[in-house]
Design a protein around this ligand. Structure first.
Ligand code: SF4
Length: 420
């Protein structure tokens, strides 16, 4: 078989990289450059990500290679997979990055790789790309490198020296899950590598506080990704792992990626992908853990270890704890305001500012663009006190309006199969 040229390699290795969820536009399907059209980028490996200051940047997102000696069952690039394979040289990735950057297609690079020969050999190649860009070409754009936990600490140290962000994927929430689907990986080793990175980031910050000219180490921090729905582990396990990573390893972000079935999959994998809304609920819960003062034990319970799919996690908590409501927006402390469905951090801070000057009324909430339908059953203001909350009543109030079925539209699958 002939060797793929650079464009064919880019097609294979950009496609192989799309399963990593750490870029905001990874899941889009409508912007495939192969079908043409202005603004089409996906097929060429361009995705979007957010810098720590909230800027959206476009990145060239590729694998150095999709050959891999590991055989993680959930991965399309595993050793036993029949996918087309390709491999860039580090120089080719450098050249692609510079070409795309000069044409203004991208502002940075997101580079990952399957493992070839050994973790150290692969990591060395990945680091070489970043070092060449930074040292030989004075590249100042954003670089995110995926690191391999089994690689030596010296190589991880070098990765952090040249990259803005480095990440190691924990992949699955529990050691038992990893033993089942990715036996070559080990949570303890992953954690050790994260610990090395954490210590080095802290040291880098301290050195720069003393001398701003000291070299930075992964200034955008470290992140990770977890696949959801490949094993029966409930959301409680996923969130517990994420919470531990935020608290103990000070991760900047945990990304959740709903498992997507792959061709020739192992019988240990589910046949169907989990509903996408599960991924969405996990991101909402993650936000509640980081910015709203919730704990994992409040968002899931032993009796209900999965997040509800029909309502968001904050609403689910409020419906389980109706004794805390209604919350008086003119008196309640910030921590309690943050627990009111429909009130985000920004609105809570505005409410605290406004109520210093006058008692809040419904008009104020409208001006603050508080989602009234969601919030009103849970709040009291000067001219509004809700009736005692009833879960069923509140849910009825919050349910989306019923949809009239179209006589000519195909019936839902459940109706067609008669399982009503
Ligand atoms: S090590 Fe990475 S690329 Fe290789 S099979 Fe596992 S998840 Fe896939």
């Amino acid at each position: 078989m002939s060797k793929p040229d650079l464009a064919a390699k880019l097609e294979i290795l950009a496609d192989a990289a799309k399963y990593d969820a750490s870029c905001a536009s990874s899941g889009t399907t409508k912007r495939d450059a192969r079908s043409g059209g202005i603004g089409s980028t996906t097929g060429a490996g361009i995705c979007h990500s957010y810098t720590p200051d909230g800027r959206c940047v476009s990145l060239l997102k590729v694998l150095l290679t999709n050959y891999c000696v590991y055989d993680c069952l959930y991965c399309i690039n595993r050793a036993s997979s029949g996918v087309r394979r390709a491999r860039f040289t580090p120089e080719e990735v450098v050249q692609l990055t510079l070409d795309f950057y000069r044409r203004n297609y991208i502002e940075g690079l997101f580079l990952s790789s399957g493992i070839i020969r050994s973790p150290d050999y692969t990591m060395e190649q990945v680091v070489r790309v970043a070092r060449t860009l930074r040292v030989e070409h004075q590249f100042r754009g954003y670089i995110h490198l995926k690191t391999i936990p089994e690689a030596s600490p010296e190589l991880i140290e070098q990765a952090g020296r040249w990259a803005d962000r480095i990440s190691i994927n924990v992949e699955l929430p529990t050691p038992a899950d990893l033993a089942q689907l990715a036996p070559e990986k080990n949570l303890a080793r992953i954690d050790q590598s994260m610990q090395v990175i954490q210590a080095r980031i802290a040291q880098g910050k301290a050195e720069r506080a003393e001398s701003p000219r000291a070299p930075a180490f992964a200034p955008a921090g470290q992140s990770t990704q977890m696949i959801v729905g490949a094993t029966p582990s409930p959301d409680a396990d996923v969130l517990a792992r994420a919470d531990q990573l935020y608290r103990q390893r000070k991760l900047k972000r945990v990304y959740y990626s709903a498992f997507s079935p792959i061709p020739d999959a192992s019988r240990h994998l589910p046949l169907l992908a989990p509903p996408l809304v599960r991924e969405h609920r996990l991101y909402q819960a993650d936000w509640l853990l980081r910015f709203y003062g919730f704990s994992v034990g409040e968002l899931t319970t032993p009796a209900a270890p999965d997040l509800r799919l029909d309502v968001d996690p904050k609403m689910a908590w409020a419906l389980r704890h109706r004794e805390h409501f209604p919350v008086d927006l003119n008196l309640a402390p910030r921590e309690l305001l943050l627990r009111v469905p429909g009130l985000g951090v920004r609105n809570v801070d505005r409410i605290l500012r406004v109520r210093r000057w006058h008692r809040l009324r419904l008009d104020d909430l409208l001006r603050l663009r508080v989602p009234m339908k969601k919030a009103l059953p849970f709040v009291a203001v000067a001219d509004h006190t809700p009736h005692r909350l009833e879960a069923a009543g509140a849910l009825r109030l919050l349910a989306p309006p019923a949809d009239q079925l179209d006589l000519f539209a195909p019936a839902p699958a459940s109706v067609r199969s008669g399982e009503l």
